[in-house]
Design a protein around this ligand. Structure first.
Ligand code: PMP
Length: 440
């Protein structure tokens, strides 16, 4: 680690100096999470195109981070660049507060892919989740939201709950400025644990289960056979809505896990990649749910009721979503990305096997992840226990010093339409070399 840190300093003097100068930024970075970097300072971005990123010190990287899914399209894909250029520079009007005809096209395409039939837009997945939660509480008249332990749905207050050692809900460690005890607003169940879910829903106070069809933010935790069917059956039986957050699980295919696995959520939320790099998010409701909400005179859905944002659904963001869905994240693109992710998974698997390490590798369509436990974790709590920050930092720094970026916070590698077999093989080679050094 000392050797790799010294190497990072020697390779990146300009990034290091920029970081040292950034006295006017909270934590020296534009966003505090940018301090989650292997090494003593972040590498500063110069350019990004497709699956390639360059830093201000002139190094090029194969980018498997891809903005933690925001750039699953590849960076600045041509179709989105053209649509954004046309909308912003030629037509203008990103903040005109008027709808554009593109929005209905996007709504119809999201319905074709994911199912829900009435869509509304946001600029982030966090906001899509926040607004979906408010609508779920409004329509059911129930106060609580249930999430899976060690989920991540953005900085959503209700979701910052984990299962404590005694099996009951408790605040997620480190939660900043919680408005109240999280158990007043939330319940929690382990992923893949239908008994716990049933016990929690039986209280009759849960408006919605907000979940990813596979956990993706604590490594990948895949659903066991029958689990998602069980969730749907239990939520229906207890009058609880099911919100699928497909922001990351979109990697499973053109219609995310919802289409790939025939899921039937009442509400679907998504963000990041659907804007192709331009801020965009969406939530979709079933027609019945939408009608029930619109028919309620007591709900202010238009003005100050707590659902919406001034820039949400703006013409630029909607044009970017249309270009992404029409031209970039197509069926063919997903087929290519899935093939490469299989190759990536096989390469990592071979490295793990060669050294007989107690690690595992998981894949969800275009997304892969290695985790320091074997077999792969089956709950969020198990996945959290398998974390090893020091080992993770070493691997990230080792790879970054040799031109490969993984996603900070975990060992996630995502494929985009521009990723190549050579890119994947370069990772396999370096991963094997890092393991040989560690094992040696
Ligand atoms: N949902 C999921 C599943 C996520 O992984 C994330 C972010 N990693 C979000 C929502 C929030 O996205 P954003 O930070 O863009 O609002």
């Amino acid at each position: 680690m000392a050797r790799e840190s010294a190497e990072a300093e020697a390779r990146n003097p300009r990034s290091q100096a920029a970081y040292a100068r950034a006295d006017h930024l909270f934590g020296r970075v534009p966003m505090t999470w940018m301090n989650k970097t292997a090494g003593a300072f972040p590498r500063y971005l110069a350019t990004a195109r497709g699956a390639r990123v360059t830093d201000v010190d002139g190094h090029e990287y194969v980018d498997f981070c891809l903005g933690d899914t925001g750039a699953m399209t590849g960076h600045s894909p041509a179709a989105v660049t053209a649509a954004v250029q046309h909308r912003f520079a030629e037509l203008g009007g990103a903040t005109a507060m008027l709808p554009t005809e593109d929005a209905e096209w996007v709504g119809a395409e999201l319905t074709r892919r994911f199912g829900p039939t009435r869509w509304s837009f946001s600029l982030t997945a966090t906001d899509a989740n926040r607004w979906a939660i408010r609508l779920a509480r409004a329509v059911t008249g129930r106060p609580k939201i249930l999430v899976n332990s060690y989920c991540y749905h953005g900085s959503v207050d209700e979701s910052l709950i984990v299962t404590g050692p005694d099996g009951t809900g408790t605040a997620r460690p480190g939660n900043v400025g919680a408005p109240c005890d999280v158990t007043l607003t939330s319940r929690v169940a382990e992923f893949n644990d239908l008994d716990q879910l049933e016990r929690e829903l039986a209280h009759g106070d849960v408006a919605a289960v907000l979940m990813e069809p596979a956990l993706t933010n604590i490594g990948i935790v895949l659903p066991e056979p029958g689990y998602l069917d069980g969730v749907r059956e239990l939520t229906r039986r207890h009058g609880t809505l099911l919100i699928n957050d497909e922001t990351h699980t979109f990697s499973a295919g053109p219609g995310g896990c919802t289409a790939a696995w025939d899921l039937e959520p009442d509400v679907l939320t998504i963000g990041k990649a659907i804007g192709g790099g331009i801020p965009a998010g969406a939530y979709g409701l079933s027609a019945d749910l939408a009608d029930r909400l619109l028919g309620r005179d007591d709900l202010d859905l238009v003005d100050m009721g707590g659902v919406g944002g001034t820039l949400a659904g703006n013409a630029l963001s909607v044009a970017a979503m249309r270009a992404t869905l029409e031209h970039v994240l197509t069926d063919d693109a997903f087929a290519h990305m899935h093939r490469l992710a299989e190759r990536f998974e096989a390469g990592v698997g071979a490295g793990i096997e060669k050294h007989a390490l107690p690690w595992s590798v998981s894949r969800l369509g275009a997304r892969t992840e290695y985790r320091f436990s074997s077999p792969a974790p089956r709950t969020g709590t198990e996945a959290a226990a398998a974390g090893d920050t020091e080992l993770e930092d070493f691997l990230h720094l080792y790879l970054a010093n040799r031109g490969i970026l993984l996603t900070p916070f975990h060992n996630m590698a995502l494929m985009c339409p521009d990723t190549t077999e050579q890119d994947v093989d370069r990772h396999t080679e370096l991963f094997a070399a890092a393991l040989a050094e560690l094992a040696g």
